[in-house]
Design a protein around this ligand. Structure first.
Ligand code: ATP
Ligand code: MG
Length: 749
């Protein structure tokens, strides 16, 4: 357990000390509608971690109340993930659907107490009647139904006598409650759908707010830990359990901040889109933030658990830098894996003064890794080195092989270049070299000074392998979707060469290919005949360098600090704002939470709203872009005004500019303080939505890529993204992605 306690463990300890709870029982309650991602890992670590720290138990519960989206394959994926992370749920997986009969009985209890009624308003009317934050709602006329009528209707709903949406069951709470969620929340809805476990028995399904608290109660959960977006649902949670007057002890709900990571999308819905669109090879594509993806890529469970531990548990939402996760895997593998030699882009070197062959004994591990193991590396006259480890006209500071500069072959001899052989086009195809017999690593008496050692393999003994190099799936810090995909996120090298011991001895599954990075034998595609390795992560953070080098690259604002959460409840004024934002404006609770808690942000937001009535669009830019700027300066130092931000959002709303361009435009405003409309005019950034203007561009791309067209037509639908991406690129991001998408799809039919 970490030294400083987080706020959840503080609560748990107090509850144990005061005797409120004798045993700590938590639960991890995913909905089986997708593969779990690293955000779920955070929740798994918290729930299982707390249970184990206090000798309690954590239930794995499938929250399967939405029959249309759920599936057993997701149940299996969730079990796999929890197990892989090293946690134990005991001998039974729980399912909310197992409690359907009990939950139904509790609903009847509420009806009998006149605390619930069958409502028959339409969905739209229900929304209308709910009122706003400033106005009370009004109760439906159906709320006057007698208990007997309600019991009868509810039973007939269950039997399937009504159509979807015809009736709902609602709690009778308070139509003028400040917390909008308490305005007679829905408890049950009609859904004629097949459930993957309950079959066709039910025509009604309980809502999250009703099913969750009761499932917790039925299982004897002590602490029901969830993410911040459920903060306002806590009142319903308490109302249901208290109103039913259940025997104590009963569970209580606590909220923590979701994990967000930059350059990553983190919602099962968005991940499902990527999988369905064929942008990735499946839920376990090594570029996805799913646990199956990290696992396939070669991440260790320890590295993920360490990461979750490092980021801590807090009450305020923040963004974690993806390089922090990369650090954790590097840190873990550094202590564990053998170092071997692999050449990704081979260049032949003939050592003219060497005869015969020998085997060089070399340790798999450097001195500072407390592991033992050696292998023999075959050495002979013909070897391969990495193409870019030789340069004819090296820049200053190049320490590898050149015409003048000798280099050491790692674990072996020093070689000197004698001659460069080129093909008819002037490409270097071979190096003729000599070696110094006195220079062997470990017994070097040659006196030659070299500046570096490079990897190499013997031509005769090396094994050919496929190497899959992965880079970030998104090139944007806060990606939105397909248009932000990094086109170079996967590079496949078919003919890399590796020293034979890796294949024949199999000293491990994970390796450091010296000077290249960490690699993993692909658990699915690897065969002895055709070995395949995935790049897990590079040896250092290459993106940090790139970001510094590129002038216009977005500033990485992610917080790297280890935050130990403290409980900061919202004050009254903040609560009022929060309710207004979620209720009246329809913002999601994370965005509303960020705004409500920060006075600068909320005033800026309100000011922009007074110019443009676009609550969602404005909230997004204010909580992301504007908030980022305000981390570094005061409101008075901003170069742009709330009015200008409204102008910008207006152009997005009316599709004058694309979302993509909006970001560029914002960067420009940050720098110059110019008016957005003016910048758009000056720079010609207006979005191109006219199909007639986009068509020729697509035609050209199609004409230029006959191979990809053929592959697409042969069934490789993943390439749709390729064509769309190319078209967007060709227009500098100005083409309307929707239009491009539909045109490309049409033309490739
Ligand atoms: P998604 O939006 O990705 O579908 P969800 O919240 O709907 O996620 P569930 O399957 O309902 O996913 O979640 C199971 C548990 O995991 C919940 O307690 C939820 O709060 C938690 N969880 C989901 N995403 C995150 C995240 N990014 N960080 C921390 N916990 C998360
Ligand atoms: Mg969900």
């Amino acid at each position: 357990m970490s030294e400083s306690k987080d706020f959840l463990r503080t609560i748990v300890e107090e509850d144990l000390k005061s005797g409120k709870n004798r045993e700590i029982i938590t639960r991890f309650p995913p909905e089986p509608n997708g593969f779990p991602h690293i955000g779920h890992a955070k929740s798994i670590c918290i729930n299982f971690g707390i249970a184990s720290d206090y000798q309690g138990h954590c239930n794995l519960r499938m929250d399967d109340t939405n029959p249309t989206k759920e599936d057993t394959k997701y149940v299996e994926a969730l079990k796999d993930a929890v197990q892989w992370l090293g946690f134990d749920w005991g001998n039974k997986v729980y399912f909310t659907s197992d409690y359907f009969p009990k939950i139904y009985d509790y609903a009847k209890e509420l009806i009998k107490m006149d605390k619930a009624y069958v409502d028959s308003l339409t969905e739209e009317e229900i929304r209308e009647y709910r009122g706003t934050v400033t106005e009370s709602g009004k109760r439906s006329k159906y709320a006057k139904r007698t208990i007997q009528e309600n019991l009868d209707l509810f039973e007939r709903m269950k039997k399937g006598e009504f159509k979807d949406g015809e009736h709902v069951l609602r709690a009778r709470i308070d139509m003028s409650a400040a917390n909008m969620k308490m305005r007679d929340p829905l408890l049950y809805r009609i859904r004629h759908a097949h459930h993957f476990r309950a079959g066709d028995e039910w025509s009604i399904y309980p809502m999250y707010d009703f099913a969750h608290c009761l499932s917790d109660y039925i299982e004897g959960i002590s602490h029901s830990i969830c993410t911040l977006e459920f903060e306002n649902n806590r009142d319903i949670y308490n109302w249901v359990l208290d109103t039913l007057g259940l025997e104590l002890p009963r569970p209580y709900q606590y909220e923590f901040a979701r994990l967000n990571i930059n350059y990553t999308v983190m919602s099962k819905r968005k991940l499902l889109e990527l999988v369905n669109s064929g942008q990735v090879s499946g839920w376990d594509d090594p570029r996805l933030p799913t646990l199956a993806g990290y696992r396939r890529r070669g991440y260790t469970p320890e590295s993920i658990v360490n990461f979750c531990d490092q980021i801590g548990i807090a009450k305020a939402n923040s963004m974690v830098d993806v390089s922090q996760l990369e650090f954790c895997i590097r840190d873990d593998l550094n202590k564990k894996v053998p170092r071997v030699l692999c050449v990704l882009d081979p260049l032949k070197v003939t050592i003219e003064n060497y005869e015969g062959s020998e085997e060089i004994d070399a340790s798999y591990y450097p001195h500072d890794v407390p592991k033992e193991g050696n292998r023999a590396i075959p050495f002979s006259r013909e070897i391969y080195i990495e193409s870019d480890d030789f340069m004819e006209n090296p820049p200053k500071g190049y320490y590898r092989l050149t015409l003048e500069q000798p280099v050491r072959l790692r674990h072996g001899y020093i070689i000197t270049c004698k001659e460069v052989i080129k093909d008819a086009d002037g490409n270097i195809i071979e190096i003729k070299a000599t070696y110094n017999p006195e220079s062997k690593s470990g017994s070097d008496s040659s006196g030659i000074k070299v500046k570096s050692a490079i990897q190499w393999v013997s031509a005769a003994a090396a094994k050919t392998i496929e190497v899959r190099l992965y880079d970030r799936l998104f090139k944007d810090e806060a990606p939105e979707g397909i248009e932000d995909i990094n086109p170079d996120s996967l590079q496949v090298i078919k003919n890399a060469l590796i020293e034979p011991a890796v294949i024949t001895e199999k000293p491990d599954e994970r390796f450091q290919f010296e000077r290249q990075g960490y690699f993993y034998a692909d658990p699915i595609d690897y065969t002895d005949e055709k070995p395949v390795f995935n790049k897990i992560v590079g040896l250092k953070d290459s993106w940090a360098k790139k970001t510094k080098a590129t002038e216009n690259a977005p500033k990485v604002q992610a917080k790297k600090v280890h935050i130990d959460g403290e409980v900061t409840a919202m004050n009254e004024a903040q609560k009022v704002l929060f309710d207004k934002y979620t209720g009246e404006f329809g913002l999601n609770s994370e965005v509303a939470n960020t705004l409500a808690r920060d006075e600068d942000l909320s005033s800026f937001y309100e000011a922009s709203l007074s110019v443009l009535n676009s609550p969602v669009g404005l909230a997004n830019i204010v909580t992301n872009e504007v908030a980022r700027e305000l981390k570094q300066m005061q409101v008075s130092e901003l170069k742009f005004t709330a009015k200008q931000i409204a102008e910008l959002v207006k152009m997005v709303d009316d599709e004058t500019i694309s979302n993509k361009i909006a970001k560029q435009l914002f960067e420009e405003m940050v720098k110059t303080g110019e008016n957005p409309t003016q910048i758009v005019e000056e720079k010609g950034l207006v979005q191109i939505s006219d199909p007639a203007k986009i068509e020729p561009i697509i035609d050209e791309i199609i004409a230029k890529n006959p191979d990809n067209v053929a592959k697409f037509k042969a069934g490789n639908t993943k390439l749709l993204g390729f064509f769309v991406g190319q078209a967007l690129k060709a227009t500098g991001g100005k083409a309307n992605p929707k239009v491009v998408n539909s045109l490309v799809a049409d033309k490739l039919k």
